[in-house]
Ligand binder design. Structure first.
Ligand code: PMV
Length: 315
């Protein structure tokens, strides 16, 4: 008999603070109702979706399989577009490790899961923050490096002299429209671009600090359920991210068209392509505008639970 375990984990969107969070500034991420599902069983050879594991094409899975004492047959299924800035790689690492721990019989708490999934991300993409993997592990809404009164402390994660504190934050019911540009934009080179800019230019350091301030104001607006202020801060954040060099024409077009019917809009995640988000009361109108400008829109709901075991059985 073979043990088979299925785990799922949500994607996320970053509502404020991407890039600046890499330098210890606050950021807020919300889990969304798009999930990654991983089904794992022990096998004689390592395979992914019926094919032999190819570590050059699947570096995340390759790294995780290296931590396994036995070869694994893995099946993955996702409703999170990959390279879209919606945390698909973090959801993959989180769901995979959640299933792998159960398969190994290891009792691992959420802090360890978020940390281990973060280390997989770090190994595969270099400099990164634990924002995505913490959001995918915990679900709902989280703040990294938020002030003490922003919510209950969940865990701290440290790497290379940086420590990020992760808090659970209460989020109001919100309708967000995601506009996917269709441009696959890997996170690593964009994080590297900001690092180079920040190293050579004082102005870029100021912008990172400014994003940090906007995010703190956004946490207060979320607390007060003040969507007007939150939306404005999101749009301001987009402007700063554009100056930092991580937006692109396609993202700007989608942000611009969404603003007619939204409280605010911005790129989400690493940028350079990927997706933007709009906070709105008129999701149909925003979806229509995004489609007309060549993007792929979808409405997301927040308040999504974190990583969980879906099935654990023998076959
Ligand atoms: O590309 P995403 O959605 O995984 O987001 C990356 C967010 C960054 O702040 C740019 C990097 C990070 O790891 O926090």
């Amino acid at each position: 008999m073979t043990a088979t375990v299925t785990a799922t984990a949500p994607g996320k969107l970053i509502i404020l603070g991407e890039h600046a969070v890499v330098y210890g500034k606050p950021a807020v991420a919300l889990a969304i109702d798009r999930r990654m599902r991983c089904t794992l069983s022990k096998a004689s050879d390592a395979t992914v979706n019926g094919r032999p594991l190819d570590v050059t094409k699947q570096p995340y899975i390759g790294n995780m399989m290296r931590h396994s004492p036995f070869p694994i047959r893995a099946e993955t299924e996702s409703s999170i577009p990959s390279g879209s800035g919606l945390g698909s790689s973090a959801a993959l690492s989180t769901a995979f490790l959640k299933a792998l721990n159960r398969l190994k019989g290891d009792d691992v708490d959420d802090k360890r899961l978020a940390e281990d999934a973060f280390l997989i991300e770090y190994e595969a993409q270099g400099r990164a923050s634990p924002l995505d993997t913490s959001a995918s592990t915990h679900g709902m809404g989280i703040a990294l490096n938020g002030p003490e009164d922003s919510g209950d402390h969940l865990w701290d994660i440290s790497k290379n002299g940086n420590t990020w504190s992760v808090r659970d934050i209460k989020i109001p019911k919100m309708t967000l429209v995601v506009g996917y540009t269709g441009i696959h934009a890997p996170t690593g080179p964009l994080v590297e671009k900001v690092r180079r800019y920040r190293n050579k230019c004082r102005f870029a350091v100021d912008m990172v600090n400014e994003i940090g301030k906007i995010t703190l104001d956004g946490i207060n607006a979320l607390k007060k359920n003040d969507l007007v202020t939150l939306g404005k801060l999101m749009t301001d954040d987009h402007k700063l991210l554009s100056i930092l060099g991580v937006s692109c024409n396609e993202l700007n077009k989608l942000v611009n068209t969404s603003l007619r019917y939204s409280y605010g809009a911005k790129l989400t995640g690493a940028g350079g392509g990927g997706s933007m988000i709009a906070l709105t009361d008129c999701p149909e109108k925003v979806c229509e505008s995004i489609s007309m400008r060549g993007g792929t829109p979808f409405v997301v709901r927040t308040g999504e639970p974190g990583a969980m075991i879906e099935k654990d059985r023998f076959k």
